[in-house]
Ligand binder design. Structure first.
Ligand code: KG4
Ligand code: ZN
Length: 356
């Protein structure tokens, strides 16, 4: 079975062809980063319009890379939410029209499920072929809009364990880069600078340091950086700027890794998957490996191209549902926020009392 995936939830217009075993046949991503860059963040109205212009050329390019083109497509998958409504509508309407005209099944996919299941994608040239983790596993999803821990029991059985109280990790990177005049998106440029810096040069407080909670918080860290910049100005010295980036990134990474290991211990699971745009961060990948090795946890991180927004992960998540005999009708709507997936009774600090 070949699934055509379509993704337009944020600032990337993407289309991909993936088989039900996760083999990526085509994967095309048109990024709007250059357009939003001057604004220091995504402008929703501009994003929707750019998706409208890019969506057909992107789908056409993906189909052109896959044997059989449109005739070889067995099902259509599209991101249904969460995301920017105006952007999501573009992908969903095209997907519905395609599925209807071709008489093929249609599946609406939760973007976050896509990120968590991207670990099962198999890309050409991987030697040996990548083996995904057995389920259940703990999933740490770190992107521009979300930072959360999940217990992934099955493809349709994903429970939220905890999430950020305020900013997402990617948002923290983006806001920090804006403060430092480094442009948008902030993650990749801070990652690059941090690689040359000393993470101990500046001290920022570790947020939510208590082992009692799995929750994250990054807005205090952003405020601490803003205060630093207000008092000392943006470093003009290149090494000092690299040190500041390394120190800032180091705190985010430490917070993410500690909570992820704590989640594995609490859930008694020895497998951790890290995904989402921030999982491309080299500091996070290295520190997570070190902590997982020390705690007997097996770590799975998809290659960066599968971590940042793409349509292959949407097709992958849909393939699981299609294999289980599921499909959606043509009447589904988009949603901007993730539906509540916490299962159980929780205290106010987010700690679990009892799983239901
Ligand atoms: O998953 P994604 O592509 O889109 C969302 O669903 O949000 O994530 C985008 C986020 C941005 O905030 C970006 O700054 C961050 O991922 N990001 C990174 C890196 N590459 C992308 N953050 C840290 N280090 C990176 N190398
Ligand atoms: Zn995403």
């Amino acid at each position: 079975m070949r699934v055509l995936g379509i993704e337009s939830s944020c600032d990337e217009t993407a289309a991909a062809l993936v088989t039900d075993s996760g083999e990526v046949l085509a994967d095309v991503v048109a990024s709007q980063v250059a357009m939003h860059g001057p604004y220091g963040g995504i402008v929703p109205e501009l994003a929707s319009r750019a998706h409208m212009q890019a969506i057909i050329p992107v789908i056409r390019e993906a189909l052109g890379q896959s044997p059989g083109g449109l005739r070889g497509v067995d099902a259509i998958a599209v991101t249904q939410g969460p995301g920017l409504v105006g952007s999501l509508l573009v992908g969903v309407q095209v997907a519905k029209a395609l599925a209807w005209s071709l008489g093929k099944p249609l599946v609406g996919v939760n973007h976050l499920d896509g990120h968590l299941l991207a670990v099962y994608l198999r890309r050409q040239g991987e030697d040996p072929p990548r083996e995904g983790p057995a389920m259940p596993f703990v999933g740490l999803l770190v992107s521009g809009g979300h930072t959360a821990l999940y217990r992934v029991e099955g493809c349709g059985d994903i429970a939220l364990l905890a999430q950020t109280r305020d900013d997402a990790a990617g948002e923290a990177f983006d806001k920090a880069a804006k403060l430092l005049g480094l442009g948008y998106p902030g993650g990749p440029v801070i990652d690059r600078l941090a690689a040359r810096g000393n993470a101990r040069a500046f001290s920022f407080p570790l947020p939510m340091a208590s082992r009692k909670t799995l929750e994250f918080s990054f807005s205090g860290l952003k405020t601490a950086l803003a205060r630093h910049v207000q008092q000392q100005g943006v470093p003009t010295d290149e090494q000092e700027l690299a040190d500041l980036c390394a120190s800032f990134q180091g705190v985010i990474v430490e917070s993410l890794v500690r909570k992820a290991i704590l989640a594995c211990q609490r859930e008694e699971l020895g497998r951790l998957v890290i995904s989402g745009g921030v999982a491309a961060n080299r500091g996070l990948r290295a520190r997570a490996k070190e902590a997982c090795d020390a705690n007997g946890v097996e770590l799975f991180v998809p290659p960066p191209v599968s971590c940042t927004d793409n349509a292959a992960m949407i097709a992958m998540a849909a393939a699981h549902r299609l294999s289980a005999g599921e499909r959606d009708d043509f009447s589904f709507a988009v949603y901007s926020r993730d539906p509540d997936r916490r299962r159980g009774k929780f205290r106010r600090d987010g700690t679990l009392v009892e799983r239901t």
